[in-house]
Design a protein around this ligand. Structure first.
Ligand code: DX5
Ligand code: ZN
Length: 215
């Protein structure tokens, strides 16, 4: 079953609670929450206090995508703010990725690592048994509304093969430029969770769009 995780980066920040509240009725599975620190990526969004503020507006799991340096420092603040899933970048300043995954699990959250478009999947293979999911970026992180990088499809296929060969059930999440066309290609390549910002929040009929993206 494919999960759709609308990214509230594309929501109306002046009515964030109202937008988050709509997601369950639209058929979304997770709420994707993009945290940017203006350092790891050239943009700033929001932190744990915003996560806490939207938490009462939905029962859906909140999927926190940490685009920050020193992600280990943010695990407990986000867990306490109501996060259910926490992912962090292998390219961040964190040296001990395995330890950070253990910290995420010890905090009671699902966890996984994120790879930028230029990062080979080999960087996460030894972490797979400890990842509930791996997020492959299909754009360079920092902004919504960018074009899907087609090379991502090869990475999805190779990662799905590696996961299957190990007998694991790790989810592959894709983030960036997901639309009906690229969603289909990602599903066929072996992705199981699709993040979509603009495709959902700019759609005339977000509910129909989520259903189309799920396939
Ligand atoms: C980009 C974020 C994405 C972004 C996706 O750095 O991680 O989650 O919101 O937006 P779209 O779907 O519009 O490309
Ligand atoms: Zn994201």
């Amino acid at each position: 079953m494919i999960k759709i995780a609308p990214s509230i980066l594309s929501a109306d920040f002046s009515h964030l609670g109202a937008d988050v509240e709509k997601l369950a009725a639209w058929g979304a599975d997770w709420v994707h929450f993009d945290v940017m620190d203006g350092n790891f990526v050239p943009n700033i969004t929001f932190g744990p206090s915003m996560c806490k503020a939207i938490r009462p507006y939905t029962k859906l799991p909140i999927d926190v995508h940490l685009m920050v340096e020193h992600p280990s420092e943010w695990i407990l603040p986000f867990r306490d703010a109501g996060a259910d899933v926490i992912t962090f970048h292998v390219e961040s300043s964190e040296h001990h990725l395995h330890r950070v995954l253990q910290q995420v699990h010890a905090a009671g959250c699902k966890g996984g690592v994120v790879l930028c478009p230029a990062t080979p999947i080999e960087t996460c293979l030894h972490l797979l048994p400890d990842c509930d999911l791996v997020l492959l970026m299909s754009v360079n992180p920092g902004f919504g509304g960018q074009k899907f990088i087609p090379e991502t499809l090869q990475k999805i296929r190779a990662l799905r093969k590696a996961i299957n060969e190990r007998g694991l059930r790790t989810d592959i999440e894709i983030d960036g430029g997901v639309n009906p066309e690229t969603a289909r290609a990602c599903r066929e390549a072996g992705a199981t969770i699709l993040v979509a910002g603009n495709a959902v929040f700019r759609a005339d009929d977000p509910k129909a769009m989520i259903s189309t993206l799920r396939g």
